[in-house]
Design a protein around this ligand. Sequence first.
Ligand code: SF4
Length: 260
Amino acid sequence: MAELLLPQRLQERISQHEIDAVIAEAKGALLGDIKRSAYIYRVDCGGCNACEIEIFATLTPVFDVERFGVKLASNPRQADILVYTGAVTRSMREPAMRAYAQAPDPKIVVSYGACGCTGGIFHDNYCVWGGTDKLFPVDLYIPGCPPSPAQTIYGFALALGHLGQKLKPHNHVEKPGELTAVISGLVPYSVQVALERHARLMAGYRYGRRLVEEFLHALEAGGDNSLTSLDAHIALEEDPRRVEIFESLKQVLLSYAIRA
Ligand code: SF4
């Protein structure tokens, strides 16, 4: 029988020391300068309950989301982060809005699961309004049906980052004639915005921005042969998820080039 070989990158054994370094870097990037715990209050607007099971799994000792300072609140008045699960049903519309009104500002609203994000499989049900954003502005979407505990922890860590930004807001007042800082002088600003939006949809708010910076730097490094340089950069990439995102960004870039 032919021997089954794992891809090269999976055959290499990563040392515990390297894993610890990667985890420390990821924690530093995600948690930023958060120095306090955040309380979450969960509102089930009408799902199948599997999302709740995953949220409770993240609170168990196995995943232990409390180590990142995330705790459950029993009352929306004590909450920093509101997590809405399930599609918004007619009967839950009022309680959902009451919880939103009762949570003190600044608050973060999280749409959890496919149902919370869009209405999910219940979206065309006669008693469903749709996703949470049909009622009020949503800061963060955690997609999945249901999202895994790892996705949930990642989403909560991003929510903590948003909370930090809301607690220490930076209001920039544009001066007359002020130009916006751009990552790359090669790609027009409107295209950079489109690339960043696309990357953030695929990889989240913080990591999406980093990927676009990397993408544009790879383009710039090639000078007149920018696309060749980008292809070489993608060819060296080992993580299939990053390859998929870079390829997708390239398609966005090319669609603008064709229109021009
Ligand atoms: S997203 Fe999936 S798991 Fe969560 S409530 Fe909807 S159907 Fe259930």
